[in-house]
Every structure is written in C-alpha cells, then in structure tokens.
Design a binder for this molecule. Structure first.
Ligand code: NAP
Length: 271
C-alpha cells in the first residue's frame, strides 16, 4: 500500500491524479478531504493511524516555515514511518545545485535523516518549478520584469514532469532504493527569456530593492531570505543546470520534458 502525503498541495494533487483509481494507493492531507487519511506532521498523533499498513510513503516535503519547523515536521514523519514499519520512503527534496538557497538546509537535513533511517529510501531532488518563476519574475504595473535575476538563468522544470516521476517511482520504488536523483531542466531560463516569452521587458533591480519590496509585501520573516537567496543563487549562476547531471529525461522514460518557458508563460497568463 502506498500513501501519498500533502495531496492538497499543488505537487501532491498532481501525483494523486496520476495514481487515481489504484486500490493500492491512499491519499493523505491535513485538509480532511473525503476519502483521505488525516496527515499532519505538526500533529504527530495523526501519524500512527495514517501510516498503518503502509509499505511505501511518498513524503512530499512540507516546506514554508523556519528551518526548525520544517525539520520537526520531517522528523515526525520519518520517525512515525519507522515505528509503523513502512518499508520505503520516497522524499521530494531540492536539487543539488540549490545548496545556496536558505530553504535547502531542511531538505539536506532530511536527506541525512533518511540515510540514518532503518527504512529504505529514495530522494527526488526536484529543481525549482517553472511555475515558481511566477512568484519571482512577473511583470510589474509598468509591464517590466524587475526581479534581480542578473544575467543568470534557472534550469526550471515543470511541476507536472516532477509529478509524473514521483508517481512512477513511488508506485514501484524497489529499483530506486538508495538513489538520489537530480531533476532539473535542460535549459536555463534568464530574465530576458522570460520577458521575451511574455512580450515584455527585463529591467532587473538590485537584491536590496527586492528584499525591501518582499518585506513590505507582508511576507513572513522566513520568506524574505528565502526569496532573496533564490534571486541571488540564480543571478550568480548556481541554478542554471551546469552544476548537476540531470536524471529528468531518464526518469521520464524517454519522453521529452515539458517546455518550462511555455509552462511559465501559461502560468503567468492564468494569474
Ligand atoms: N521545487 C520548487 O520549485 C518548490 C517550490 C515551492 C515549494 N517546494 C517544496 O515542495 C513542496 C511541494 O510543493 P507544492 O508546489 O505542492 O507546494 P504547496 O502547493 O504550497 O503545498 C504545500 C505542501 O506542504 C504540505 N504540508 C504543509 N504543512 C504540512 C504539515 N504540517 N503536514 C503535512 N504536510 C504539510 C501540504 O500538505 P497538505 O495536503 O496537508 O496541505 C502540501 O503538500 C512544498 O511543500 C515545498 O517544500 C518546491
């Protein structure tokens, strides 16, 4: 039996769609949706019942928090899985070239925790989503993209491609035991590429300006360094795909990855 956590989130929902109709799959979320198990890593008392009878756990990372909060969530999930006798955990992490992102710490901690675990594991090191670019590089009121991406680029990847891979690996995890997969796109998208796709202009501001604007937007404390570090890592060439050897095509079973630029442009148009 496979349990997918976080199925109210964007990635978890796509994974659940791909596994729908399978009798050996159960879905977990905090949202209390009909037909799902209650899974709340902030409330570990929900986990023994949620993990009962589960052979494989697809642990969708529960980001968006300070490091201590995210680490505590993942510790709760892995400890409960060990106690429940889960055989294999598939975890969605961040790509190896993302070490300069402030939020990489909790992912790397979780990878280390899995390596110490009694449970078999597979790590899917997801690159930043093409859809995530809509958070950091959308045209402003003057129809200019001002996010400080410098001359750098992001080897973005469509969330749907990552969902396909997570679903197929979790459905048959044994061949993937002990593997760490890098899942980044094969083309770096820079600010000029994004602007061209939207028919707008790229006029990057500074990191300081972006940090001030993020703080003024009502973002939570941890989100300010999170987004600033994303700009900086992209602008300074760490996220262009050259630092990792991507397993994306191999795990997509030979089909072409979705075009990340098209996915970005469509997501911006949808708002
Ligand atoms: N690669 C990227 O570009 C990128 C971008 C953003 C985030 N991420 C990471 O990837 C994860 C999935 O991305 P997404 O796009 O699906 O994000 P999302 O739509 O914001 O979903 C957040 C996810 O976190 C889960 N979560 C939060 N708190 C939880 C808790 N206490 N217990 C259990 N689950 C909890 C949610 O599960 P529920 O169903 O319970 O709500 C949901 O699956 C994120 O959580 C984050 O760690 C990656």
């Amino acid at each position: 039996m496979l349990l997918v956590t976080g199925v109210s989130g964007a990635l978890g929902k796509l994974v659940a769609d791909r596994l729908s109709g399978r009798e050996d799959v159960v879905l977990g979320t905090r949202a209390g949706l009909p037909g799902t198990r209650l899974v709340d890593f902030d409330d570990p008392s929900t986990l023994p019942a949620a993990f009962a009878g589960i052979d494989t756990l697809l642990l969708i990372s529960a980001g968006y928090g300070e490091d201590d909060v995210v680490v505590a969530r993942h510790e709760a999930a892995i400890s409960a899985a060990e106690e429940a006798g889960v055989g294999h955990i598939v975890y969605t992490s961040i790509s190896g070239d993302g070490d300069h992102l402030t939020y990489a710490l909790a992912h790397r901690w979780t990878e280390r925790r899995l390596q110490r675990s009694t449970v078999r594991w597979t790590v899917l090191r997801n690159g930043l989503y093409a859809e995530f670019l809509t958070w950091i590089a959308v045209p402003d009121a003057d129809n200019r993209i001002t996010g400080p991406l410098g001359e750098g680029g992001l080897a973005a990847v469509a969330r749907a491609d990552l969902a396909d891979i997570a679903a197929s690996v979790a459905a048959d995890p044994a061949p993937h035991a002990g593997r760490v997969y890098e899942l980044v796109g094969d083309r770096a998208l820079g600010g000029a590429d994004l602007a061209k796709a939207l028919g707008t202009t790229y006029a990057p501001g500074t990191l300081a300006e972006a940090r001030t604007a993020i703080a003024a937007s009502g973002a939570q404390g941890f989100q300010v360094p999170m987004l600033a570090s994303t700009y900086s890592a992209i602008a300074h060439g760490f996220m262009d795909g050259s630092g990792v050897e991507s397993d994306l095509r191999a795990l997509l079973g030979g089909r072409e990855p979705l075009d990340a630029l098209e996915v970005y442009a469509a997501a911006v148009r949808q708002g």
